[in-house]
Design a protein around this ligand. Structure first.
Ligand code: ADP
Ligand code: SF4
Length: 693
């Protein structure tokens, strides 16, 4: 199949110094929570991207020397030659599929506390490290700068030995020492490396020159630069110093990889920024340099990508998240199957892997991080040995994913949904402020399911055990989801709290059903013991509807878990701007007809407030009645196999529900290993000899 004519430009090769990218699809460096702990898993993940058509596939940050370690984050490492084989595994895997392999050499300066090595962090002028550790960095003298250059050069040579085609000098995200030198707030030096912009650029210039001199014959040298920190005059501003930095170094690197800082601006979620929001900040770069430019913006729309190339904004379409959600995005464009792209929903669940030191996961792509560990592929699955008839009950993320991949294996699938629309929770939640993109979880799967001859779809079909069994299926998969609790049960009150029958108490499900508690101008209390997005999204909804909203939570801040998705600061700011009162460190004691009693989580002291209505966002109850009825009848001879998946098994994220449905489809009717065996491959450390140097 051919690409759409308007997309053909995306498949053109691009020369990058001594190497050539086969097309314009460029997977920029991205972390993955696996790094140097799981090198084979990383290689498996990167290989699938290359197979899926990304012309360039890069590593995550790669520590160049022990005086910069990013513990507890798990990134790549090239401290000495013994680190080469792990990196070479990724480079080989990427190149096997014809892509170029890039490595993002990084020194984190005062962004990190060096918790593992205990080396004193390095910085232009000293000061506390950015991590909240009780650690200050020391200012670098000229010998330190010379040592840094030596180490960067040595790491570049190792990268070349490992097989990389593109070697980065990293000055992005406020995470990199060269960026600390660029910055007036970190760099107050009075020598040749401080003061004027020319002086502050000196270190980055020297690192680029060193890298070119060391490996530039075989490798392209890329610079990753944050051209704007979106913090006004205290930081780098694109229209001023951002432009001047690019101008000063314009023709030196072989490639400019430009973005925003900090990471929360670069990887903004769909709740806060639309596709392509960085364009307005970086579109000047090509007017200042003749070198190729790559930029990101959660691009999932080939028309927009092609337009950005044609209008001279970008030469290469950078992507981290779109390549995570769909490693085969470029292939789909190349084959004229753009309608099959599994579009990133911009939720940053992938980012949470980095913050939680856990292998990367993705809401849209459940195979992410499981390529090597479980042998899962984002586009392929083994055909079933014996095609079976399977009934899937529930058309939410778990049910849709299970149905799709069971059908791809060749099973005959009947999918029944009680409601009048597909999508379960993602259909409901996508109507809430900022969550429209969640509908993509449904839309992608429905688009494919509707084309499959071995799938029958039934809406408006609430099934009980009798009807579920009447079809004579070989298996019934129950994906009936979960409902929010009304009794306050959650982390801070495991058994719930007394809630008076006549109290005006609501759940998120009520609001998603269209109920708006209280009247405009009246106070509404949201008690959030869930700590993900729901409480804050409902606060937005109610504030927009004119209610006076208080968000009360046992945590220290609103939507506490969203620190892991880079959203917390923006959520808190938005709520404050909307006039929402945020009351931290309070647990619920009870709700009576005339008020709400709460207690301080530290002192236990109680207090009372009198909202017109209370919304409880605490935890969810799995909907298991159907499954329990079916299991009660299991003893009948010849009954189907039964399974419970998704939120009905255990309520969690949308990502977890999709993963549950996917895993079921993979394992269904397979013999598998011994029941108690570890269900995936692990990378075990090779023990050093006890007297190793
Ligand atoms: P998950 O996240 O696990 O996919 P959801 O709550 O999103 O769960 O979706 C569950 C879906 O199951 C909902 O759309 C709901 O209408 C549907 N459902 C629940 N019970 C039944 C039933 N007995 N028969 C058919 N569909 C059901
Ligand atoms: Fe996109 Fe969410 Fe997947 Fe990350 S986890 S790639 S933001 S869909």
């Amino acid at each position: 199949m051919q690409p759409a004519p308007s997309h053909a430009v995306l498949l053109e090769p691009v020369r990058l110094g001594p190497v050539t990218a086969p097309n314009r699809f460029y997977q920029v460096p991205h972390c993955n929570g696996m790094g140097q702990r799981d090198p084979s898993a990383v290689a498996g993940m990167r290989a699938v991207k290359a197979e899926g058509g990304w012309g360039v596939v890069c590593t995550e940050e790669c520590e160049i020397a022990p005086d910069s370690d990013v513990t507890p984050s798990i990134e790549a490492r090239l401290w000495d030659d013994r680190d080469i084989p792990a990196l070479a595994r990724s480079a080989e895997a990427i190149k096997r599929h014809g892509a170029l392999a890039g490595v993002e050499l990084a020194h984190n300066g005062l962004a990190t506390a060096n918790r593992y090595t205990r080396a004193i962090p390095l910085s232009p002028s000293g000061g506390p490290v950015e991590a909240c550790d009780p650690v200050q960095a020391r200012p670098m003298d000229l010998a330190d700068i010379a040592a840094l250059r030596r180490r960067h050069r040595a790491a570049a040579l190792r990268a070349r030995t490992a097989g990389f085609d593109i070697v980065y000098c990293y000055a992005g995200h406020n995470l990199a020492l060269p960026m600390h030198f660029l910055s007036r707030r970190y760099n107050t030096r009075g020598d040749a490396y401080g003061g004027s912009l020319e002086n502050r650029v000196r270190l980055l210039r020297e690192l680029i020159e060193d890298t070119k001199e060391a490996v530039g014959d075989r490798c392209a040298v890329a610079v990753r630069l944050a051209v704007d920190e979106l913090m006004g005059p205290e930081g780098i501003v694109a229209a001023e110093e951002g432009r001047d930095i690019v101008a000063l170094l314009a023709e030196l690197p072989d490639l400019w990889d430009v973005n925003l800082s900090d990471w929360s601006h670069d990887s903004a979620t769909a709740r806060f920024e639309p596709e392509g929001w960085q364009v307005a900040h970086i579109d000047f770069v090509k007017s200042v340099t003749s070198k190729p430019v790559v930029g990101v913006g959660r691009f999932t729309t080939p028309d927009l990508m092609a337009r950005l190339v044609r209008t001279g904004v970008l030469d290469l379409i950078g992507a981290a998240r779109p390549s995570i959600a769909d490693p085969f995005l470029p292939r789909k464009v190349a084959e004229g199957r753009s309608d099959e792209i599994r579009e990133c929903i911009g939720c940053n669940v992938c980012v949470s892997g980095d913050f939680t030191m856990a292998p990367i996961r993705c809401t849209q792509n459940p195979t992410m991080g499981e390529e090597w560990r479980r042998g899962w592929h984002p586009e392929r699955i083994a055909a079933a040995e014996r095609p079976r008839g399977v009934l899937v009950v529930g058309g939410g993320p778990a049910g849709l994913e299970a149905a799709l991949w069971l059908a791809r294996r060749g099973h005959r699938v009947d999918l029944a949904e009680a409601g009048a629309a597909w999508g379960g929770r993602v259909a409901r939640e996508s109507a809430l402020p900022g969550l429209a993109s969640y509908a993509r979880v449904r839309d992608h799967r429905m688009h494919l399911l509707r084309q499959m001859p071995n799938v029958a779809l039934y809406l408006d079909s609430p099934l009980d055990a009798e009807t579920a069994l009447a079809g004579g299926h070989d298996a019934v998969v129950v994906a009936t989801g979960a409902r929010w609790r009304r009794d306050g049960a959650g982390r801070s009150a495991r058994l719930g709290v007394p809630v008076a029958a006549q109290a005006a108490v609501f759940t998120p499900d009520d609001l998603m059903d269209g109920v708006l508690p209280a009247r405009p101008g009246e106070p509404v209390l949201i008690f959030d013991d869930d700590h993900y997005y729901m409480g804050s999204v409902l606060a937005e909804l109610l504030a927009a509807a004119g209610r006076r909203v208080e968000l009360m939570t046992p945590a220290a801040d609103a939507a506490h878990w969203t620190h892991n998705t880079l959203e917390q600061g923006r959520i808190q700011a938005r709520l404050l701007e909307l006039g929402v009162t945020i009351t931290p460190h309070r647990a619920l004691v009870g709700v009576t007809a005339d008020g709400v009693e709460a207690r301080c989580v530290f002192t236990g002291r109680t207090e009372r407030c009198v909202p017109a209505a209370t919304v409880l966002v605490t935890s969810r109850l799995p909907q298991r009645a159907l499954y329990e009825d079916l299991t009660a009848r299991r003893d009948a001879p010849g009954g189907p196999a039964l399974a419970l998946i998704g939120d009905a098994l255990a309520p969690g994220t949308v990502a977890a529900a999709v993963y549950s449905g996917h895993g079921f489809a993979r394992d269904f009717d397979e013999t598998g290993g011994p029941a108690d065996a570890v269900p995936f491959r692990r990378e075990l450390p090779a023990l050093a000899p006890a007297d190793a140097p």
